[in-house]
Structure formats: C-alpha cells, structure tokens
Design a protein around this ligand. Structure first.
Ligand SMILES: Cc1cc2nc3c(=O)[nH]c(=O)nc-3n(C[C@H](O)[C@H](O)[C@H](O)COP(=O)(O)O)c2cc1C
Length: 361
C-alpha cells in the first residue's frame, strides 16, 4: 500500500507517480464562504491530511456552474474569480506532498433552488425525499452550457496548480441522473442509453486540460430503486468510459465487498467490476475502509488505489497510524472533535447534526 503507483495517460507518455496507493476520498466540508471560496479551516484540514501521508487527496465536490450548487458551504470552480481559492487548496495539498485532485460536480435535481436558482436534471423526475423539488428538464442550450462548465472548471483546476480532476458521476448527482433510466426519460440524443451527456463531459474536460493532466471518473455501480442503474448498465458505462481519454475510474460503494443491492448475483460487486474492467484503466474504490487489514483486503480484490472517507475524519493522522503500526481512532469524540480531528467548522457541526453518520465516542 505504501509503494508508489503510476497514473497518467500512456498515450501522453508522461506517467504521474502517486506516492502511495492511499487516497483521501472526496468529502464535502459544508464550510466554504457563501461566495464559494474556500475557508482557512478547510485548507488546514487538507494540509494536515496531506502531511500525514495520503498519496492522493481528492477534494470536496466543487460546483462547476451556479445551478449545480447542492450544499450550504459548498465551494465552487464556476468562474475565474475562484482561481485564488482553488490555488490555495492545491497549494495546501502540495505542501503536504500529496497529489492534488479537484472533484468537479453538478448537483442536478439534488441541488435546492434556494442555493442553485433553477433546479435542473435530465427529466422532470423528483427525488424521493421530503424536501425534493421537481427539476426542469434541461434544454439543449443548458446541456451544452453545463458540459462547457465542466471543461472550464477543469481548465481552472489546471491553472490553479492541481494535478488532476475527478468528474463526479456518482452518488445521485447530475451525471448519474443522466445515466439512470429512472431519472432520464429523454427520447432525444441525451437519453440514458448512449451515455451521451457524461461522455460529452469527459470529452470537454480532456479537451480543456490536454493530455498530461490526470482525469478520473467516479460512479455508483447500482441504484436500489426500481428501474434504476443495474450492473449490466454499469458495465456498458465502463466500456464507454474506457474508450475515452481517462486516467482512472473510481467506484463509490457503501462497503468494498458489498453484494449487489439489486440481488444481481452472489459475488462482491467489486469483483465483477474488476473482472469486467480487465485492467483497461486503474481502479479506485471507497467504502468502509478503516484499518490496514481493510486496505490489504481491498487491494486483494484487485484495486489499484484505495480511498478512505470517514476513517480519515475520525483519525486526522490515519495514514501515519498505519505506517507506524498504530490503531487509528475510529470514533469521533463526542466533544472537541473540531480540534482533535482537525475539522473545518461546518463539517464538525454537520457531524453533530446528523446522528448515526459517524460513530461517536
Ligand atoms: C462528510 C462526507 C462528505 C462527503 N462528500 C462527498 C463528496 O463531496 N463527493 C463524493 O463523491 N463523495 C462524498 N462522500 C462519500 C465519500 O467519498 C465516500 O464514498 C463514503 O464516505 C464511503 O467511504 P467511507 O466508508 O470510507 O466513509 C462524502 C462522505 C462523507 C462522510
């Protein structure tokens, strides 16, 4: 897990070394300023995780267009006036020696109108949650504008000093809404089957950054709801993504070894995906990794990189603990967690506000 790993498009001939296979998973911090610029305590949070040894840090989801803002305290890459904020984040991560990857995001129907102005999605299918609003199906013009905004955000990431971007195609947000037949009812060229929208985003991003900048794509392999994304669809998406210019794929899971949510087969989903991918691109996954044994088990499934979320919140020195053979703290202290865990204020408050999300001492 501590050996360097080579990423980067072989076609470009410039592989990029990730110092090790441990990745800080993208985690929204709810702490940025209202104008979408990063706060100092978020920089401290990133710098600390980088200094303690992650090979790669993927940032919190960063909205690419004002209509994509999905959370209070989310940060943005939607305009050139965010360049200083982005550069500060890239610098904080590089100060600690990690590879810096910006996660670029549009919330689609998960973005509330009070934050995003107009709620957009592939179709007018409302999310199944109490506060959901009915989205407007995107017009042709809006589709092209949002695709372009992903490219522009990636260009800003590069200008700001990041080493790469991760396109957020997971966790129910806009790109996933276009992939899923449950949320994309379109009959035009942007319908769910050809993956036209996510692929156009990938192409716009690559065109904006050129061949030697790392570009990854995160996806959720299944949706539990009837008519939602299933594993055969995800396998087709993987094939389509492998035919594009990408440097890694990232699977978002609840647990690395979970079985199908839809009862599709008895093997771990990750084993099926690793087999299907067949080494065409490096693969990363997140889901319930807490200990060195969990990392070893994840790598034994054939993953190239292992992403760690909540365990790196409860234990700010998570990688250093593993290196030193120490047990990481796996529960967030009931008090003083902002200081003990080196957390930005908004994230510390959110952890208190959502019982059960994190284990508490
Ligand atoms: C506080 C928090 C914020 C998150 N924000 C994001 C995000 O911005 N982008 C994303 O792709 N996933 C996000 N996730 C999901 C994580 O990246 C990860 O997939 C998930 O927590 C499972 O990994 P874990 O079991 O190691 O925590 C978030 C998770 C948490 C706990």
């Amino acid at each position: 897990m501590f050996a360097p790993f080579s990423l980067g498009s072989p076609a470009a001939g410039v592989p990029m070394q990730v110092p090790n296979r441990l990745v800080l998973a993208p985690m929204t911090t709810y702490s940025s300023h209202d104008d979408g610029t990063i706060a100092d305590d978020e920089l401290d949070y990133l710098r600390h995780r980088a200094q303690t040894g992650f090979g790669m840090i993927i940032t919190a989801a960063c909205y690419v267009h004002p209509t994509g803002k999905a959370f209070d305290g989310q940060w943005g890459a939607d305009a050139d006036d965010k360049l200083d904020s982005l550069a500060a984040a890239a610098q904080a991560i590089h100060d600690g020696g990690s590879m810096a990857v910006l996660q670029i995001h549009h919330g689609g129907r998960m973005a509330p109108s009070r934050l995003c102005g107009k709620v957009l999605s592939a179709s007018d299918v409302k999310a199944d949650r109490p506060t959901a609003e009915t989205p407007s199906p995107m017009t042709e013009e809006e589709i092209h504008e949002v695709i372009q905004s992903f490219g522009d955000a990636a260009r800003r990431a590069k200008q700001a000093g990041f080493d790469g971007v991760e396109i957020h195609g997971a966790n129910t947000y806009l790109l996933q809404q276009f992939v899923s037949p449950a949320t994309n009812l379109r009959q035009d060229e942007w319908g769910p089957d050809g993956f036209a929208f996510p692929l156009a985003v990938v192409d716009a991003v690559r065109a904006a950054v050129g061949p030697t900048f790392v570009v990854g794509y995160r996806f959720s392999p299944e949706e539990a709801e009837p008519g939602g994304i299933d594993l055969p669809r995800t396998e087709r998406l993987i094939d389509a993504l492998c035919a594009r210019s990408l440097d890694f794929l990232h699977v978002s899971l609840g647990k690395i070894d979970q079985k199908s949510l839809r009862g599709d087969g008895d093997e771990a989903v990750i084993d099926r995906l690793v087999r299907h991918l067949g080494g065409r691109l490096p693969l990363m996954a997140a889901g319930g990794v807490k200990t060195a044994a969990d990392v070893d088990a994840a790598l034994a499934h054939g993953l190239d990189l292992v992403a760690v979320g909540r365990a790196a919140i409860s234990e700010p020195d998570w990688v250093a603990c593993l290196r030193g053979g120490r047990e990481p703290r796996l529960k967030v202290p009931s008090q003083g967690h902002r200081e003990t865990c080196v957390l930005p204020a908004g994230l510390a408050a959110k952890i208190d506000a959502v019982p059960g999300w994190f284990e508490r001492e």
